[in-house]
Design a protein around this ligand. Structure first.
Ligand code: HEC
Ligand code: HEC
Ligand code: HEC
Ligand code: HEC
Ligand code: HEC
Length: 366
């Protein structure tokens, strides 16, 4: 039965070698997670924010979709809006540094995929079948569809993410977006360990494993709850005031994209009454002449109080705490800063600027 299934799968593969549904047949769990990710939804077809910004972009007039380099690396006329695919990552050999934005160097040999696996760092797996007991038992190594090369160091440090995520300059030579390299240097903690944590479910149908690397890519738009543990919230009572301390354990700005805004909301409960204390906001706004602007016009940072990588930010409240007080703190964000929603024509897309909770904490004062 297994053999027949495999043969059927192989047959459908040869019929449609470039169709990513082929990956689905042997990696259904990973494939389904990927469908929900903003790598899959990275184009104007699925991402309304991306579309809204692209619609205002000067290159739109010439239909010169320069965003494709990162948002749809396999973009050609017939694969329009396919977004990022399995192949866009698993065939990256190396990253070339450039000032404007980095460049992925892709493998051109057919069906060679790169990946990472502990204990396999020096191995290349070529598919093999060994029959024993007159062909009744088959011992299978590797994948019948592709070879796997585990020797690419970039898959162990997160450097493979940096072709697209490192930085992007506009035509005025201003960096509109940057992710610190610090997160792509070591094997213990990096882009992959945080954004692709091991979750339950087999990585292939052919060889069972208990867990696999999450391919929904936890972030702002999908599964932020998987990242909550990288933010700590604590408090400290001081003489005539108190402070809330937000520890961002990510190696990069708490949020990176200039459209985002982070908010800290605090409620103090005392003697049965709730008082909403001041809401604090954190953002990095780019623009020109001291005013916010669209990214292609920006020449400077207009405002930047974003919580930085590995920072412990203290936020002071002008109130002395008493025994029995309770504090509720909520740290969250808007995908699109409500102040720019209108200028992007997104006012009907309520889910894009609603407040999303990343972490909440509760303290009772002894
Ligand atoms: C016919 C089944 C089959 C198809 C189709 C298939 N794979 Fe695989 N793949 C496997 C098997 C089996 C393994 C595990 C090999 C092993 O553990 O030795 C694997 C392993 C992998 C790995 C490495 C996993 C690791 O251990 O780190 C990657 C990456 C991968 N596949 C990606 C893909 C992509 C992308 C596609 C579609 C282009 C695809 N596969 C299509 C069967 C398949
Ligand atoms: C060098 C690679 C690169 C290029 C080129 C690029 N982007 Fe992006 N873009 C990214 C990355 C990486 C992210 C995710 C960053 C984040 O979430 O902080 C992103 C995110 C975005 C977002 C936020 C999407 C969301 O879901 O909220 C918008 C909007 C956007 N890009 C617009 C554009 C437009 C328009 C272009 C072309 C004019 C473009 N980008 C070109 C890499 C790129
Ligand atoms: C220690 C864990 C950790 C590491 C390492 C890490 N991140 Fe993050 N990342 C976070 C947290 C926490 C957030 C904020 C919460 C959220 O996005 O919901 C985040 C957010 C992001 C976002 C969304 C930002 C936005 O404004 O849309 C992107 C994109 C991202 N990280 C990419 C990367 C890349 C690329 C690397 C490697 C260079 C990396 N991260 C390393 C924890 C980590
Ligand atoms: C944005 C880049 C990226 C994309 C897109 C991507 N992968 Fe992966 N994938 C990785 C990285 C990095 C790893 C190694 C994870 C690790 O070592 O924890 C990985 C691991 C895997 C593994 C092994 C998982 C495990 O834990 O054993 C398989 C199988 C796989 N990918 C298949 C796919 C398939 C199928 C698709 C498309 C549906 C896909 N990948 C899309 C980056 C990507
Ligand atoms: C081919 C380019 C490319 C590569 C390689 C790539 N990314 Fe991305 N990534 C993007 C783009 C573009 C977006 C923004 C998509 C959008 O929202 O429209 C994005 C968005 C994200 C987000 C935000 C998701 C969310 O829900 O907010 C995270 C997290 C992320 N990437 C992590 C990674 C990690 C980890 C790697 C390496 C394993 C990686 N990316 C490799 C292009 C890439």
């Amino acid at each position: 039965m297994r053999l027949i299934l495999t043969l059927m799968v192989l047959l459908s593969i040869t019929l449609s070698a470039n169709n990513l549904n082929t990956c689905k047949s042997c990696h259904p769990t990973i494939y389904n997670e990927f469908e929900q990710s903003y790598h899959k939804k990275s184009t104007v077809k699925y991402d309304k924010v991306h579309k809204a910004v692209w619609d205002k972009h000067p290159s739109k007039m010439e239909e010169d979709y320069t965003c494709a380099k990162c948002h749809a690396p396999e973009e050609t006329k017939d694969t329009a809006h396919k977004g990022i695919t399995c192949i866009s990552c698993h065939t990256i050999i190396d990253i070339e540094k450039h000032t404007e934005s980095n460049k992925n160097i892709y493998e051109t040999k057919d069906k060679t995929l790169y990946s990472a696996q502990k204990g396999m760092e020096d191995q290349k797996i070529i598919y093999k079948e060994k029959s024993s007991m007159f062909g009744l038992v088959k011992d299978v190594t590797g994948s019948p569809y592709h070879d796997i090369d585990y020797t690419n160091k970039n898959f162990y440090t997160g450097k493979i993410c940096m072709g697209c995520h490192s930085h992007k300059q506009n035509e005025k030579k201003f960096n509109v977006c940057t992710t610190d390299l610090a997160g792509a240097k070591n094997e213990k903690s990096n882009c992959i360990t945080c954004h692709m944590p091991q979750v339950l479910g087999s990585s292939t149908t052919i060889r069972q494993s208990k867990t696999h690397a999450f391919h929904g890519f936890a972030g702002v738009r999908n599964s932020p709850e998987l990242l909550a543990k990288y933010v700590d919230i604590s408090y400290q009572a001081l003489d005539n005031e108190f402070e809330i301390i937000v520890h961002n354990k990510a190696p990069h700005n708490l949020l990176i994209h200039p459209l985002r805004i982070v908010k800290l909301k605090t409620v103090l409960k005392r003697d049965g009454k709730s008082e909403e204390l001041r809401t604090h906001t954190f953002m990095k706004i780019i623009g020109t002449d001291g005013k916010p602007s669209m990214p292609w016009l920006a020449t400077e940072i207009v405002k930047d109080n974003m919580i930085k990588g590995d920072e412990k930010r203290s936020i002071k409240f002008d109130k002395a705490l008493k025994s029995g007080d309770e504090i509720e703190v909520v740290l969250g964000y808007h995908i699109v800063n409500p102040k720019v929603v209108k200028s992007l024509g997104l006012e009907d897309e309520k889910e894009l600027y609603k407040f999303i909770i990343l972490k909440s904490s509760y303290f009772k004062i002894k």
